[in-house]
Design a protein around this ligand. Structure first.
Ligand SMILES: [Zn+2]
Length: 139
């Protein structure tokens, strides 16, 4: 997949972001059975396509998922943005290091990292105003 500028305008991090390794792992897995529900890794691949602004049809074709499934995931994140955090989109790599799996950028605070991740999917002013609720600050 060619690297495209994400809609958030966040420039790609110079180091290889975790998602690259995750997608490599996914590409090496055996071909999925039709009708099987998506794994966490496959969900992550869908989110990665959405953040690049790809259509559900294109994401579905790229990974062999059903278009309906991709559309359902997309609808879900726009209805409930915090559902993004049900997946491992932030990796906690030591004290005060919360790394975005999509671009590799690390933040010192979880809430800042969460806003950063949301900005991959929503316009900046929307991402800044989404209620993060009671998500604990420390994992
Ligand atoms: Zn990021």
């Amino acid at each position: 997949m060619t690297q495209r500028q994400s809609r958030s305008g966040i420039p790609p991090h110079p180091r290889k972001p975790p998602i690259v390794g995750e997608l490599e792992t996914l590409s090496k897995l055996p071909v999925r059975t039709r009708g099987e529900s998506l794994s966490a890794l496959e969900h992550l691949a869908v989110l990665n396509g959405i953040r690049y602004g790809l259509t559900p049809a294109r994401i579905a074709k790229q990974h062999g998922f059903s278009k309906t499934t991709v559309q359902r995931i997309k609808n879900r994140i726009y209805q409930n943005p915090l559902s993004i955090f049900e997946l491992r989109v932030i990796s906690h790599s030591g004290k005060g290091m919360y790394q975005c799996v999509f671009c590799g950028e690390a933040k010192a605070r979880l809430s800042v990292a969460q806003r950063h991740v949301l900005a991959h999917f929503f316009a900046h002013h929307i991402a800044q105003n989404i209620d993060l609720g009671d998500i604990p600050e420390v994992f």
